[in-house]
Design a binder for this molecule. Structure first.
Ligand SMILES: Nc1nc2c(c(=O)[nH]1)N(C=O)[C@@H](CNc1ccc(C(=O)N[C@@H](CCC(=O)O)C(=O)O)cc1)CN2
Ligand SMILES: Nc1ncnc2c1ncn2[C@@H]1O[C@H](COP(=O)(O)OP(=O)(O)OP(=O)(O)O)[C@@H](O)[C@H]1O
Length: 208
């Protein structure tokens, strides 16, 4: 596929997946979301000791707030992304329940003037994902730019429903794969040969 064809294909997939995500019945979404919350809170015990970047849910994305506030009660420090400008990396700033909030250019709430945090792991929403752990987002490249700019690179944990899975998103040079993807069915770990489902909780030494 040439560049123009790829751009067109990605736009079509984004529209299709957004539609698919919106059409999930509320009760189904609640069951899937509860399953993802259980996996996030039980499958990654090391998150309790980390500074975690996550996201404020937008347009039918899985809501990570319950899982994150639980991890906070266990000791985690939480941070949300601030959009600085369309071509800069996101900046993570501290969030806690009841932190003062304002809205970014997309109408997504973020903390109002709290302190910047260097995060250890980032929980990333996936509009789509593929068998190699690559992500399809809204098309502005924020998370790729953000991961590329961070050294050491934080652990990237994508979250998505299984219906958003594609064989390939035709990754480009700038695309950075997720380390793990959590769905309502399992934790998928990215290896050189593709995503592999995990059956036991991850211990911290495996992520170092
Ligand atoms: N919940 C959440 N927060 C996030 C992201 C995200 O994907 N999800 N981001 C991840 O990048 C950053 C914000 N990026 C975003 C990029 C596009 C749109 C969006 O809704 N785009 C509209 C077009 C709006 C416009 O261009 O004015 C669209 O795609 O229809 C939202 C957030 C940081 N915060
Ligand atoms: N490290 C980077 N530095 C500069 N530009 C980048 C970087 N990574 C991605 N981009 C730019 O971001 C744009 C969007 O990339 P892509 O189509 O992969 O979006 P996406 O991953 O689906 O969306 P998003 O990350 O916004 O949710 C591309 O034009 C790309 O050139």
């Amino acid at each position: 596929m040439n560049n123009a064809a790829l751009r067109h294909w990605k736009q079509q997939q984004r529209a299709r997946l957004r539609e698919l995500r919106q059409q999930v019945p509320v009760t189904q979404r609640m069951l899937w979301s509860d399953a993802i919350t259980a996996v996030l809170t039980q499958g990654f015990p090391f998150l309790e000791n980390q500074r975690i970047g996550f996201y404020w849910p937008h347009q039918g994305e899985y809501d990570p707030i319950p899982a994150m506030t639980f991890l906070r009660t266990r000791g985690a420090t939480l941070a949300l992304p601030e959009v600085i400008s369309k071509d800069e990396p996101l900046r993570f700033i501290e969030w806690w329940p009841e932190a003062p909030m304002k809205k970014d250019i997309y109408g997504i709430p973020f903390p109002d003037n709290t302190r910047g945090i260097t995060v250890d792991s980032i929980i990333i929403p996936l509009l789509g994902f593929d068998e190699q752990g690559y992500r399809l987002g809204y098309g502005s490249g924020y998370f790729d730019r953000t991961l590329a700019a961070m050294s050491p690179r934080p652990l990237a944990i994508g979250v998505a429903f299984e219906i958003l899975r594609l064989p390939t998103i035709h990754p480009q040079q700038h695309d950075i794969p997720m380390d793990y993807i959590v769905t309502e069915q399992s934790i998928l770990h990215r290896t050189d040969t593709g995503l592999v489902p995990l059956t036991a909780p991850i211990v911290q030494s495996e992520t170092a």
